[in-house]
Design a protein around this ligand. Structure first.
Ligand SMILES: CC1=C(CCC(=O)O)c2cc3nc(cc4[nH]c(cc5[nH]c(cc1n2)c(C)c5CCC(=O)O)c(CCC(=O)O)c4C)C(CCC(=O)O)=C3C
Ligand SMILES: [Fe+2]
Length: 343
């Protein structure tokens, strides 16, 4: 049994006014070889929303929900928050925890899957922040949690709600489109735990396929479903995971599909990549094709998701084996530090 004296939420960070947008994008893309045109284009997505990313407020909302949930359930941990790319920066938060006398921290990242961007990069962020701060606490990052029942149940609820918003005559035949962030093929090949066999797919794709299956099964109604990708960047010459959601919508229109529910199961909250790439771009594609589209909400502050965080904190404190739905071998995450190492 390991005892902790603080909880830390780690997130991506986002701009909160127009003047923040370029410095934020420079932080995100430093050393990552993103073409300038792509940056300018992504900047426009943020300006369309007044330069404000929703992600920081979503973190504040989650923190408020976690504080209430911890208090109601006798979990006596102060809650801190630090980001990779914007204020409050992780290193500043780690320095604050050191000043507050915090020694042992359990941390959760706002990413559920195990690929480099979603998990290993957060481990590296934590170690870099700790190295920069004298007397930094120990920080244990919670394992990827895509198959935790709390994560899956939040999507089940939100998918049912989105189906309800469709006109009744389109509901039964609606296609479910599960959408996740595309990543470079090379990054996908290094995803997951190097000791684990994920079958013919890369780990990230296998995890996404499993969650799509689990949610569809629980939603009921026998809906057909597809796994699609969004938010591709990088040069066109570099292979990224496909199909892109917009291309798939074109094909589905050709097959006579008249209604879709887009489920952003690759994400934890309705941040900019959901609000722009799905609610603006994919919605425009669907509209042009005559497909009726509804979008399910990401977990956000769904009670099942909030309770999941408390369960994951207890799991880590007690050294309990990971409890997952579905068929992906959970023993692969006994040591989260092994995630996404080269095979
Ligand atoms: C897997 C994954 C997630 C999902 C898991 C998770 O949720 O963490 C995610 C989330 C996010 N990505 C975000 C924003 C951006 N991601 C970029 C670029 C990239 N993302 C990548 C991957 C992922 N990203 C990759 C492989 C790149 C290429 C560069 C690189 O190898 O790093 C760029 C640069 C411009 C562009 O190319 O689009 C931006 C601005 C925001 C904030 C949104 C907001 O402000 O509300 C969030 C939550
Ligand atoms: Fe991203």
């Amino acid at each position: 049994m390991r005892s902790y004296d603080a909880f830390l939420l780690i997130s991506f960070g986002g701009p909160e006014k127009s003047d923040d947008v370029i410095p934020f994008l420079e932080n995100v893309t430093r050393g990552r070889g993103i073409p300038r045109e792509r940056l300018a284009e992504v900047g426009e997505h943020y300006y369309l929303f007044g330069g404000v990313s929703p992600i920081n407020q979503q973190c504040r909302d989650l923190i408020a929900a976690l504080r209430a949930d911890f208090a109601d359930n006798g979990v006596d941990l102060p809650v801190y928050w630090g980001n990779r790319n914007w204020d409050p920066y992780l290193a500043d938060t780690v320095a604050q925890m050191a000043r507050d006398g915090v020694r042992r921290v359990v941390a959760l990242a706002t990413s559920a899957y195990s690929n480099y961007s979603s998990h290993r990069q957060y481990l590296e962020d934590v170690e870099r922040a700790r190295a920069a701060v004298g007397g930094a606490p120990e920080i244990d990052l919670i394992r990827p949690y895509y198959d935790h029942p709390g994560f899956v149940d939040a999507f089940v609820d939100h998918t049912r709600q989105a189906l309800e918003r469709l006109p009744e005559e389109l509901r039964a035949d609606a296609r479910l489109l599960y959408s996740a962030h595309s990543i470079p093929q090379a990054m996908a090949e290094r995803s997951g735990d190097p000791r684990c066999d994920y079958g013919p797919l890369t780990a990230y794709e296998a995890q996404l396929a499993e969650v799509a299956r689990l949610v569809t099964e629980r939603v009921g109604g026998g809906h057909r479903y597809d796994l699609v990708y969004q938010s591709r960047s990088g040069p066109p010459s570099q292979p990224w995971l496909e199909p892109d959601i917009n291309d798939r919508l074109e094909q589905l229109a050709g097959e006579g599909v008249r209604a879709v529910v887009v489920v952003p199961h690759g994400f934890v909250s309705d941040h900019m990549e959901v609000k722009y790439d799905l609610d603006v771009e994919a919605r425009a594609t669907a509209g042009k094709l005559g497909i009726r589209m509804e979008r399910a909400a990401a977990p956000g502050t769904h009670p099942a998701f909030v309770a999941m965080v408390r369960d994951l904190v207890a799991e880590r404190a007690e050294g309990r084996p990971a409890r997952g739905l579905g068929s992906i071998e959970r023993s692969c995450h006994d040591d989260p530090a092994d995630c996404c190492r080269p095979r």
